[in-house]
Every structure is written in C-alpha cells, then in structure tokens.
Write a protein that binds this ligand. Sequence first.
Ligand code: CU
Length: 102
Amino acid sequence: MKSIKHIGLSLLLAATAALSTPVHAQATELTDGEIRKIDRENKKLTIKHGEIKHLDMPGMTMVFQVKDAALVDQVKVGDKIRFKVERNASGFVVTELQPAAR
Ligand SMILES: [Cu+2]
C-alpha cells in the first residue's frame, strides 16, 4: 500500500514538472539589435540584429514591423536594444523592446 502511494506521488510530481516547463521558451528569447532607421508613420524599424535562433535567422540588417507605435517612440537611430520578435502572416513583428544592458 505504501509503495503504491509513493508511485502515485512521483507521477503527480512528474506531471507537474512537465506542465510548468514553458513550451515556447525559445519564442520569447531576446535578440540583440541596433536601430538603423525609424519609420514611425508605417510602424517599421530597420534593425541590424544578431542571430535569431527561434526564427532560424542569422544576423543581418532588415526591416521589422512593430506591434504598436509606442515601441517606435522608445528608440532613436543608433540605439542598442534587445527585442522580442515573432513571425506572423505579414512578416516579422517586434513585440517588445528594451535598451541593451551597458
Ligand atoms: Cu533578419
């Protein structure tokens, strides 16, 4: 009886651990970048970025859409940033950004 209880508890702990592991951990990884151009009107940023592992993309300079205009207002050309990017139907979208640690 005692050992059956113990097995039950072990399974419960294993299940809990599995559930609490983030499934999309890679999708939220921050990417290093530097602002090259700002297009506020069209909510676009040109960013020279490092490797983006979750999108399988090497470092390059490219144009990103931004999720909302407030993100554009946080930066100026030449700023070093860290940002989150997602791929959607219309392209690559910056969803979050922050100044790079100095
Ligand atoms: Cu790129």
